[in-house]
Structure formats: structure tokens, C-alpha cells
Ligand binder design. Structure first.
Ligand SMILES: O=C[C@H](O)[C@H](O)[C@H](O)COP(=O)(O)O
Length: 216
């Protein structure tokens, strides 16, 4: 599996153009992309990072990490996913970085998602859906999610996001209308971000393999 993650991460380098500021996601697949980016670091203007973890790896490669407010709209965002459906809609947040990932995806013209083949599904929901919540709203959000979706929210106890918040993982969903569910869950007070990337799906999906598959 890590070999297909490496193949996907390295293929994504083909989308990087000279002088770009590159949006960088989080996770084990993105780690391969960052390592490949390090090999061409002189050709890029820097990166905007979605997590402390990725920032640290980017710095180790000597890549400058810029603030999104200063960088402005980005031409490219490269990130992994926990699940991907045939419409390039995603579940993300297994690494608790969903909120910053969502912000950078929204700020980017092109979102290239890099996955291993096991992440491909027909219908999203087998992977528990992460929701970042304000700590004081954890129980309220859990009750609302159960009432609205029938899914079972489980607190990812001990995990604190880079934004100082907590994560609920919603089990047992079969997400037939991801756009509607994303909108519905976003309305619950205390929800910071939902790990459904349906309103802003990936533009390109690279599935790691020999050779990697590029889906547009
Ligand atoms: O919060 C974490 C991110 O959404 C990751 O992109 C996602 O969990 C996939 O991670 P990995 O590449 O390690 O499977």
C-alpha cells in the first residue's frame, strides 16, 4: 500500500509548474509528495501547509512555508483522502487536518488528490466521517448528528487538532447525497468543518499503481 502511495505522490509532481506556490495537504501519501517536492525545491516559490506535521516536513526539505493570507489564491493543492467516489468527492480528516485542508482546497484553482487504490469506493461512508468540533459543543453535535443522520458519532478522545478543537468520527453512514449531507452538518452550531469534500471535490485524482491512474 505504501508503494502505491509513493507512486501517486511522485506522479503529482507533474502538476507542479515553475514559480508556483503549492498548497500541501497532510498524511502518509502527501509525505511522498513533499519528499518529491524537496527534490525540485529550487523551482517553486514556496508552499502553503495544511498542518504542523506537513510544515515540519516541508521545512526539513528547505521549502519555505507561506501564510495563506499573504499567498492569496493558489494554482495547485495536492492532498490525500480517506475515501474517494467516482465523482471525485472525498472523505478526509483521518489525520485530523480536515479544516485547514478544506480552507486550502477552497483557495486553490486545481485540487489534485493522491490515493492508493483501497481508497476508491462507489458510495462514501465506509470510512467513519470526521467532524471537527468546538470542544464545548461535542455532546450537542453528537446528539444532532445522530438525530439527523442515524450515524453513530464517536469522540476521537485524546486528539486535539492544530486549531485546538476535537474530532467526532461518524460511523455507519451510507452517503448517497454528499452535497446535501455536507450542507446539513455544516449548519449545526459547534461544527467547525465536516470531512466531506463534496461541494468542492477534487479536480484530478491520481490512483497509485504501475502506472498511476489519472482520473479527471
Ligand atoms: O486529516 C488527514 C487527511 O485528510 C489525510 O489526507 C487523509 O487522512 C489521508 O491520509 P493518508 O494519506 O495517510 O492515508
Amino acid at each position: 500500500m505504501s508503494e502505491s502511495k509513493r507512486l501517486a505522490g511522485e506522479k503529482a509532481i507533474e502538476f507542479v509548474e515553475d514559480g508556483m506556490v503549492v498548497g500541501v495537504g497532510t498524511g502518509s501519501t502527501v509525505a511522498f509528495f513533499i519528499d518529491a517536492l524537496g527534490r525540485i525545491r529550487d523551482r517553486i516559490a514556496g508552499a502553503v501547509s495544511s498542518s504542523e506535521q506537513s510544515t515540519e516536513r516541508l521545512h526539513r526539505h528547505g521549502i519555505e512555508v507561506l501564510d495563506l493570507n499573504a499567498a492569496g489564491p493558489l494554482p495547485l493543492y495536492v492532498d490525500g483522502a480517506d475515501e474517494c467516489d467516482p465523482h471525485r468527492r472525498l472523505i478526509k480528516g483521518g489525520g485530523a487536518a480536515l479544516t485547514r485542508e478544506k480552507i486550502i482546497a477552497q483557495a486553490s484553482t486545481r485540487f489534485v488528490c493522491i490515493i492508493d487504490p483501497a481508497k476508491q469506493v462507489d458510495v462514501l461512508g465506509r470510512f467513519p466521517l470526521p467532524i471537527e468540533v468546538i470542544p464545548m459543543a461535542r455532546s450537542l453535535v453528537a446528539r444532532e448528528v445522530l438525530a439527523r443522520t442515524g450515524g453513530q458519532p464517536v469522540w476521537r478522545e485524546g486528539v486535539v487538532t492544530d486549531n485546538g478543537n476535537w474530532v467526532l468520527d461518524v460511523h455507519g453512514l451510507r452517503i448517497v447525497d454528499p452535497v446535501a449531507l455536507e450542507a446539513e452538518l455544516n449548519q449545526i452550531p459547534g461544527v467547525v468543518a465536516v470531512g466531506l469534500f463534496a461541494r468542492r471535490p477534487a479536480d484530478v485524482v491520481i490512483v497509485g499503481g504501475e502506472p498511476p491512474l489519472v482520473l479527471r
